[in-house]
Design a protein around this ligand. Structure first.
Ligand SMILES: Cc1cc2nc3c(=O)[nH]c(=O)nc-3n(C[C@H](O)[C@H](O)[C@H](O)COP(=O)(O)O)c2cc1C
Length: 372
């Protein structure tokens, strides 16, 4: 008899990849990169510990200095960064895993202190983030007002992603995910709460999707479409984002990405207690339009993940915070074992603490037994 648990721990193939289970590690910024935004041995150990995931999507990695918005995030635009990432991909592959790099440009979520010559960060339009603060080397600061990219500069931005994909390939990644979610540069073009352009990159949904599709064309030219995924967050308000009609916009985007035969679509839409097919949810509309592998994310438990797979709402489910605290998450889910609780205070700082010291199930048992 097939049970729902057989689905979460059954294999899945897309393109040239064969995944041993459907438990994906979501991209998680941890701010542990070394000097020059270079990945280190510490980062390699962290990913190696999590290599039992069906697929790891790396933390977001900026494609340029212009695309940087946080302290300690790794880059993918220098030779030293490629060498650092090679430590990570080698460690994950040795441990039997697969890993994609998440390509990132933060756009207006930056601050002048990260920019060359303290220039203004760039975006689709000169609309500043009002909510929250930029996390600068000098501590929290109000976000800088961005400047709108000139139309002649856009090929250069596409080129940053293309170069990032080339370097990701040189570093040994199995593929790349475009970070087109969570209010960063690509999302700043997609959604009309920010994008006020009147040229061919603004206005209609076709125009607002243009930057993403140009980046897709460039990056699939490097990796092949079957090794490229994209992440979308159709209703997220993070980074002061909004859109007048997310269902229309993101349905168009899913259709276009499907035509370009992208390996997967990774959709972030927190469940927040709603049914998977609740009418306000955008995810089911995208599932219906996208033919490749479909990954869902946002507050999934083992039970919700199984339901998503059983009902055909998704092919794969990604887990964020649970993977921070549980290096052996697939095994714990399979055995219905208790999960370690994540320590929020070490999400973005703390070196090895709260990073590579969460116990595996077989390490946790002696500690628990020691109490008796
Ligand atoms: C510490 C932390 C860092 C994150 N960094 C990224 C990131 O680099 N890229 C990204 O697309 N999402 C990032 N996210 C969002 C997660 O990938 C995921 O969407 C979110 O945690 C919800 O999934 P969960 O409920 O399973 O944790 C981050 C989330 C957390 C908690």
């Amino acid at each position: 008899m097939t049970t729902s648990s057989d689905l979460l721990f059954s294999s899945f193939s897309f393109g040239p990849l064969s995944l041993p289970n459907r438990v994906v590690m979501a991209p998680l910024t941890r701010c542990r990169a070394g000097e020059g935004n270079v990945p280190t041995e510490l980062i390699a150990r962290y990913y190696e510990q999590r290599a039992s995931a069906g697929l790891i999507v790396s933390e977001a990695s900026q494609v340029s200095q212009q695309g940087t918005g946080y302290v300690g995030t790794p880059g993918i635009y220098t030779d030293a960064q490629v060498e650092g990432w090679r430590l990570v991909t080698d460690a994950v592959h040795r441990a039997g895993g697969r890993i994609f790099l998440q390509l990132w440009h933060v756009g207006r979520s930056s601050h002048v202190s990260f920019q060359p010559d303290r220039q203004a960060p760039v975006s689709s339009s000169a609309v500043r983030i009002r909510a929250g603060h930029a996390h600068t080397p000098e501590g929290p600061q109000p976000y800088s007002t961005p400047r709108a990219l000139e139309i002649h500069e856009i090929p250069g931005v596409v080129g940053q992603f293309e170069a990032g994909a080339r370097r990701a390939k040189a570093a040994g990644f199995d593929g790349v995910e475009l970070h087109s979610a969570n209010g960063y540069l690509i999302d700043q073009f997609l959604r009309d709460g920010v994008n006020q352009r009147t040229d061919r990159y603004g206005g209609s949904v076709q125009n607002r999707a243009r930057l993403l599709l140009e980046i897709v064309e460039a990056v699939t030219g490097v990796f092949g479409a079957d090794r490229v995924g994209a992440r979308l967050s159709p209703r997220s308000e993070y980074n002061d984002m909004s859109d007048s009609d997310p269902a229309e916009l993101f349905s168009h985007v899913a259709t276009e990405l499907s035509e370009r035969r992208l390996a997967y679509l990774h959709v972030v839409e927190p469940l927040e207690g709603r049914a998977l097919d609740a009418p306000e949810r955008v995810t089911p509309l995208l599932r219906a339009r996208f033919r490749g592998a479909f990954i869902v994310n946002g507050g999934y438990t083992r039970e919700a993940a199984e339901e998503a797979l059983r009902t055909g709402a998704a092919d794969l489910v990604s887990f964020g915070a649970p993977f921070i605290a549980n290096p052996d998450l697939p095994e714990r889910l399979a055995r219905r074992a208790p999960l370690n609780a994540p320590d929020v205070s070490t999400f973005y700082a703390g070196g090895p603490r709260g990073y590579i010291d969460y116990p595996r199930l077989d390490e946790a048992q002696p500690a628990a037994a020691g109490a008796g």
